[in-house]
Design a protein around this ligand. Sequence first.
Ligand SMILES: NC(=O)c1ccc[n+]([C@@H]2O[C@H](COP(=O)([O-])OP(=O)(O)OC[C@H]3O[C@@H](n4cnc5c(N)ncnc54)[C@H](OP(=O)(O)O)[C@@H]3O)[C@@H](O)[C@H]2O)c1
Length: 245
Amino acid sequence: MTQPSPDAPSLAPADPDRPAPVLVTGAAGALGTAVRARLAAAGRPTAALVRSPEEADALRSAGTWARAVDLLDEASVADAIDDAHRDLGPPAGALLLAGGFAMAPAADADLRALRAQWDVNVATAASVVRALVPVLRVHAGGTLVGVAAGQARRGGAKAAPYASAKAALAAYLRAVDEELAPEGVRATVVFPMGTLDTAANRRAMPDADPAGWIDLAVLADVLVQAIELGPRGRWREVEVHPDAR
Ligand SMILES: NC(=O)c1ccc[n+]([C@@H]2O[C@H](COP(=O)([O-])OP(=O)(O)OC[C@H]3O[C@@H](n4cnc5c(N)ncnc54)[C@H](OP(=O)(O)O)[C@@H]3O)[C@@H](O)[C@H]2O)c1
């Protein structure tokens, strides 16, 4: 990894011999781990944003550029994106994987519960978009990819705060795309239309058949492709479905 230099320009030039890096939030999560593996296989540097300093240390020890940052802290997000840009060069885009889920009957979900889901699923993406757009504009663009959920399309019992937050994330990214695509800053929303096959879901639903869940490696592949597609044929929205079981 290139070490930061105090004299480094704040806007690093692109290196034509190296695939552009990709910024990944939630990079230590289940999907984040699969995405890092997919990016490594493609030879693309990852700028990993994770929550805990221990996770950042572990990633750095394994040779991945990483910063610990609370994505709800806009100043820290801006600093981390500056550092990534300086150290790795201009990114091809960002995979906005950070998110969270909480079940709550609609009548029990107070405004605090609603806001918590919007914070973890919308604000964690918006803080990165806000800090990254100026960088992407200077370097002729890039793609911002968010992960929504089936509930954003169809609702879901005991999922009102989560479904509303994921639908808001999708609307936010549609608006970003509409506004900024003429400047080369594109946005894609990926909708996993089912449960992801993660260790946490296997623990939480021991009687379910994971064969009916979405394979993390497949979803990671879709997410990275969303960044790699060029402006002349790209996805604005993608649904990823498992077979019904
Ligand atoms: N799992 C599913 O079945 C499923 C289905 C549809 C959509 N999705 C979406 O897919 C994405 C990835 O899911 P996943 O299963 O990989 O989730 P995950 O393992 O929980 O990973 C999400 C990561 O986001 C991080 N994060 C959340 N808020 C943050 C903040 N304020 N600052 C920094 N990091 C923050 C979490 O850190 P902490 O662990 O420290 O909180 C966690 O590492 C999420 O957006 C999720 O909503 C998941």
